[in-house]
Design a protein around this ligand. Sequence first.
Ligand code: RP5
Length: 162
Amino acid sequence: MNKVAIVMGSTSDWPTMQNAAKMLREMGVEFEAKVVSAHRTPDRLTEFAVTAAEQGFDVIIAGAGGAAHLPGMIAAHTHLPVLGCPVRSSQLSGMDSLLSIVQMPKGVAVGTLAIGDAGAANAGLLAAQIIALHDDTVRQNIINFRAAQTEKVLASADLELP
Ligand code: RP5
């Protein structure tokens, strides 16, 4: 069974990161969610990231806000693909989170998504798309999801606006 890890810096990130969980559930991808803080629990971060592949994870989604070093530090410890989700912060609306995650040095990659709910949902979708390369059921779920989404937009595209 394929497994995605959703990790976040704090329980306060869950309202955002639950969007990734919801998308993975919809695509039929097994996942685990956990709180791992780069700054508050650095040893837990290292232990998780170093053992993630042997634990059976295929993809890691990491969300954090503010000085959002979690995705980059996880990527530093594993060869697994890491998708970074900038969580909206109270002080700088997530621009701090985005810039902390996106500006990785050459040689250690984090795939950075958009700030907030849409980015987290798309992290779930992208993780499912990676899993779908080797999983026919997930691939079909993604194709069906995309087709239904297109149908829904087309059905509302010709509304007579006042
Ligand atoms: C980061 O600090 C977390 O990812 C969270 O977005 C932010 C605030 O954390 P809390 O103070 O709400 O626990 O590490």
